[in-house]
Design a protein around this ligand. Structure first.
Ligand code: LLP
Length: 426
């Protein structure tokens, strides 16, 4: 058996994940199929936590909010960053303790705020208007909600523009020059207690210097907040650590990230005589490389390009179409054959942009082969849709050579379950 990574290997020509033959998985469960390696998720979490032993790690549920994943992370001691009522619901039923959940969002509904109050989780506030709304709602409930403000630190990381979130022009947060006023306001309002500060500068960041810039700016604000006699319990610096989607890509480790953040955070906290908890919200780093998407080959066609038509498209993995994202592809049943051909791997969706991978050197591909798209654990299934009337696929979890179905494949009934035919059309 040869290895591609810790959890991916090749045995008898077949790609394996967590020691399990992916070709057999495709046979047994059908394709498309998301396959997640539990051990990899746990290990990634432990590596991250190991670099920040004194911090709280709030897993960004948006990356993959399958209940099994949330449950695994709860058992590792993770909290959660949730960005909607649905993510909050999932995090709670998976067993993430409410006092380790931060409800984020730039445009929350009143019912989402009410849900946060009822669940007794902390809320990251994105605007003054939201602050007033939350204060009113908590007064009605007779509760006091602990809050942070989401700060827009005006930091520009080198990542895809669609996933840079801390630019001055980004829709997220309150400008760092305006946020002090928000704390002043919150201090006097009933029903809310400002106890934290929050930012998130973007995602798939592959250089740690923007994190350092962000923590410096955040600690400047912390200093001013402390002068207002607000006792800060936490400083949440968000997520964003990138992962190497391509072998030759160099990405910083959680330790490198710690090296960029902790000296500033610790020293400036000490100088101020305060000891807020550091919170980080990694999503991609925890689950990104834990999963593969198995997809069956329907057709091959040589025209202007050499096309391989597979059964998973942007309906199940939108990252390549949306961000020109690169995902490695392996022919799962010919994993160690010479890469003799160059292909575009395209999905079955009626969009020219439905391309999973472009100009890839791969072994000769024939109908019936199974391809594996790698590193799809973050923002893969969680961004899926039913576009073109395609049922979402199943997900399985591998643990110690065992396979558990953690999401059944949708059927046509699921697809139309919430539709209603007006009586006059019957
Ligand atoms: N915290 C907040 C407030 C966030 O908005 C995000 C991601 C994270 C944490 C986690 O970031 P991570 O560690 O995963 O980079 N769909 C895009 C990524 C969007 C990220 C949105 N926010 C993609 O597929 O690349």
């Amino acid at each position: 058996m040869s290895r591609i990574s810790d959890h991916l290997g090749i045995q008898n020509r077949h790609l394996t994940i967590g020691g399990v033959d992916t070709v057999l998985l495709a046979h047994e469960y059908g394709t498309p199929l998301y396959v997640i390696d539990e051990d990899r998720v746990r290990r990634n979490f432990r590596t991250f936590k190991g670099a920040f032993p004194d911090a709280d790690i709030y897993y960004a549920a948006k990356a993959n909010w399958n209940l099994a994943i949330l449950r695994i992370l709860a058992s590792e001691g993770a909290g959660a960053d949730v960005f909607s009522d649905g993510e909050l619901y999932a995090a709670l039923i998976a067993g993430i303790p409410p006092d380790r959940i931060l409800f984020n969002g730039n445009s929350k509904t009143l019912s989402e705020l009410k849900m946060a109050i009822d669940a007794e989780v902390r809320v990251s506030i994105d605007s003054l208007q939201e602050l007033y709304a939350l204060s009113n709602l908590s007064l009605e409930s007779g509760k006091t909600v602990e809050i942070a403000f989401r700060v827009n630190p005006d930091v520009s990381p080198d990542t895809h523009p669609k996933i840079a979130t801390g630019l001055a022009t980004s829709k997220f947060g309150i400008g760092y020059t305006d946020v002090l006023e928000a704390y002043n306001e919150a201090k006097e309002l009933p029903g809310v207690r400002p106890v934290g500060i929050h930012c998130h500068i973007g995602s798939q960041i592959t250089d740690v210097s923007p994190f350092n810039e962000a923590v410096e700016k955040m600690m400047d604000i912390v200093e001013q907040i402390t002068r207002l006699s607000i006792d800060l319990k936490f400083v949440d610096l968000g997520g964003g650590l990138g992962i190497p989607y391509q072998k030759e890509m160099e990405t910083p480790s959680p330790r490198d990230l710690a090296g960029a953040i902790l000296p500033t955070f610790n020293e400036r906290s000490k100088n101020l005589g305060i000891s807020p908890k550091l919170i980080l919200e990694p999503g991609r780093y925890i689950v990104g490389d834990s999963s593969i998407l198995l997809t069956g080959v329907n057709t091959t066609k040589r025209s202007a390009k050499n096309f391989v038509g597979v059964d998973a498209g942007l309906n199940l993995l939108i990252r390549p179409a949306m961000y020109d994202a690169y995902h490695e592809v392996v022919v799962a049943n010919k994993a160690d054959l010479d890469r003799a051909e160059t292909y575009d791997i395209v999905g079955p969706i009626c969009e020219s942009g439905d391309i999973i991978a472009k100009d890839r050197k791969l072994p000769l591909i024939e109908p019936g082969d199974t391809l594996a798209v790698l590193d799809v654990g973050a923002y893969g299934f969680s961004m899926s849709s039913q576009y073109n009337g395609r049922c979402r696929c199943a997900e399985v979890l591998i643990c110690d050579g065992r396979v558990d179905l953690i999401r059944r494949r949708e059927d046509y009934g699921d697809m139309i379950a919430k539709q209603a035919m007006p009586a006059r059309l019957l």
